[in-house]
Ligand binder design. Structure first.
Ligand SMILES: [Zn+2]
Length: 247
């Protein structure tokens, strides 16, 4: 599991249960004061179960980072549609401006669009004014393409700086990291290994990290993700774990 750059005492939402916890805030007041982060705000974002489908015994959130991608995103959307599954796509603004129609398709098919950044650069290496501009441009790119402002945010590499976490909250964005991952960005892995990493010890309320694009990872890595997805969705169905988007 990735530990954010602030150190172990800072808590960011990793699971659906974290988001549901009343008054959830990112980190204890002491930690936040040390990091210069406003303790206001909280986890008011509600998970939205699919409108139909068999009764589920629990929920998980499927999330895809780094798109939209001309090949990976449509293929992921096609598989999700086959399984009536919902997902959240953490989009990169520079990719949204190149193919806004794919951002619109994600929305039109009932998934959630969220912000990953305008550029895919690590926050700790960027100054606050640069980060503020990145947030503004990323939000605008998604809003221009879809007509909807994103409400969820995940930083590149899952790493906030003190400045970027403050900026995310100032822009009304709820941070969301993840509790399970497929390590699907790697150069040497297989669809079977990706599915096994996601499904091993999977439980209700997990947030699953996958990627529908190869812009910032091993070339054509999204093809292995797409190949792993049916096995993952079959297993979720068998475990009666429904996938949720966010309202
Ligand atoms: Zn990313």
């Amino acid at each position: 599991m990735h530990v954010p750059a602030f150190g172990r005492s800072l808590r960011l939402p990793l699971t659906l249960a974290d988001l549901r916890r009343p008054g959830f805030t990112a980190g204890s007041p002491l930690t936040l004061a040390a990091a210069g982060v406003d303790a206001g705000g909280g986890g008011e974002l509600a998970a939205r179960p699919p409108a139909s489908g068999p009764a589920a015994e629990g929920h998980v959130a499927l999330t895809f980072d780094d798109g939209p991608h001309p090949e990976g995103t449509p293929q992921v959307l096609d598989v999700l549609a086959q399984f009536h599954a919902k997902a959240t796509f953490f989009l990169v603004g520079e990719q949204v401006t190149r193919r806004p129609e794919l951002a619109r398709r994600i929305m039109a098919e009932g998934h959630t669009v969220a912000l990953h950044g305008y550029l895919h650069r690590p926050h700790p290496t960027r100054r606050a004014p640069v980060l503020a501009d990145d947030f503004a441009r990323g939000i605008a790119a998604i809003a221009d393409a879809t007509g909807v402002e994103p409400r969820l945010h995940r930083p590149p590499y899952g790493i906030y700086s003190a400045a970027s976490l403050w900026l995310a909250r100032e822009r009304g964005l709820q941070p969301l990291l993840w509790s399970r991952w497929g390590r699907d960005w790697r150069k040497v892995t297989t669809p079977e290994q990706i599915a096994a990493r996601v499904l091993g010890a999977l439980r209700a309320d997990d947030v699953i990290l996958l990627h529908d694009a190869d812009f910032y990872s091993a070339r054509r890595s999204h093809r292995r993700t797409v190949a792993a997805l049916p096995e993952i969705l079959e297993a979720l169905r068998s475990a009666r774990l429904a996938t949720v988007g966010f309202a």
